[in-house]
Design a protein around this ligand. Structure first.
Ligand SMILES: [Zn+2]
Length: 318
């Protein structure tokens, strides 16, 4: 059966007379917001005009129904593939855990470049990526978009910068391969490193197991009053993100040492949580009482093999 064409039937508004060229890697929500500014409309009015059944513009970067996609392609005189290409391309876990729902950071140098290119206020998709410490386009250190008080702090682990860049490339490489399986090991290790270590030193925050791999991490959080919500990897603030990315590389490369150290840094319900996270990866190997021994050895070997390959492949020019 031939589907009715709402554009031909006059059910949709006419296409916009002027359509702005998207900036390089521009997010769909950013492109729509720039059209709102160009036509002197508020964001809400623009959203209602373009996608009346959408809740928010940023939400469109993650999910578009076929009808929404077709309507946007019609209004903006683009093909549907061009519209889809402006969305976050990752899927499932990666989008939920590592792509922020609002802009995570920006790059001052690229913001100036965008103005020079005639795309002032454009927001690249990479500015939503919470695993970045350097700009995807120019390599400059990025600037946090957060309003949290610790945002003004400098990088608190500058000595780990080059190791952190390896971690950043490792995660970007996993995303670019667009395979959920390729994401399993590095993102699981990120989850492992963010489990509470139930440190007595900062009981109200709990501390993180990352401290077993990057000693001093918990003390740094405590000293600067930095709070990282337990439910999310997205909110690891830039001043300490270097430690997480470097810790990811260390833990993957030396998983046979790191996993027991992380295990020993946990207690009670947090150790149970760690057991669940690790055994997520080991279907059929779920241990009784969440004992690390057998599953830990198997997973440590998998992490280490992955880490050696992924880290070496993430080096520049390889
Ligand atoms: Zn840049």
């Amino acid at each position: 059966m031939i589907e009715p064409d709402p554009a031909a039937a006059g059910e949709w508004p006419r296409p916009l007379p002027v359509v702005l060229a998207p900036a390089r890697d521009e997010a769909l929500s950013s492109w729509l917001a720039r059209h709102a500014a160009f036509y002197g409309l508020g964001i809400t009015s623009m959203r209602r005009h373009c996608v009346p059944d959408a809740v928010s513009l940023p939400g469109l970067d993650r999910k578009l129904t076929p009808d929404q996609e077709a309507r946007l392609a019609h209004l903006f005189r683009r093909d549907r593939v061009a519209i889809r290409d402006m969305m976050h391309m990752h899927s499932g876990w990666a989008v939920d855990r590592l792509v922020a729902r609002a802009v995570d950071h920006h790059c001052e140098q690229c913001a100036r470049l965008l103005v020079a290119e005639g795309h002032a206020e454009a927001v690249p998709r990479s500015w939503f990526h919470t695993w970045r410490i350097s700009c995807e386009r120019c390599g400059s250190p990025v600037v946090s978009a957060s309003k949290a008080p610790w945002t003004v702090l400098p990088d608190l682990f500058p000595h780990l910068w080059s190791a952190a860049l390896k971690g950043e490339r490792l995660l970007s490489g996993a995303v670019d391969r667009a395979s959920p399986a390729a994401f399993d090991l590095p993102t699981t290790m990120l989850r492992v490193l963010m489990i509470s270590s139930a440190s007595d030193a900062i009981p109200e925050h709990g501390g993180r197991t990352l401290d077993a791999v990057v000693p001093g991490f918990n003390a740094t959080l405590d000293r600067h009053g930095i709070v990282i919500p337990f439910t999310s990897l997205i909110d690891v603030p830039l001043p300490v993100r270097t430690a997480l990315l470097a810790g990811l590389v260390f833990a993957l490369e030396e998983a046979n040492v790191a996993i027991p150290a992380i295990w020993n840094a946990t207690a009670g319900m947090h150790r149970t949580h760690l057991g669940f996270v690790l055994t997520d990866l080991a279907v059929g190997l779920r241990p009784r009482n969440h004992n690390i021994s057998d599953v830990g050895r198997v997973l440590a070997a998998r992490f280490a093999a992955y880490g050696r390959t992924a880290v070496s492949h993430s080096m520049p020019g390889t």
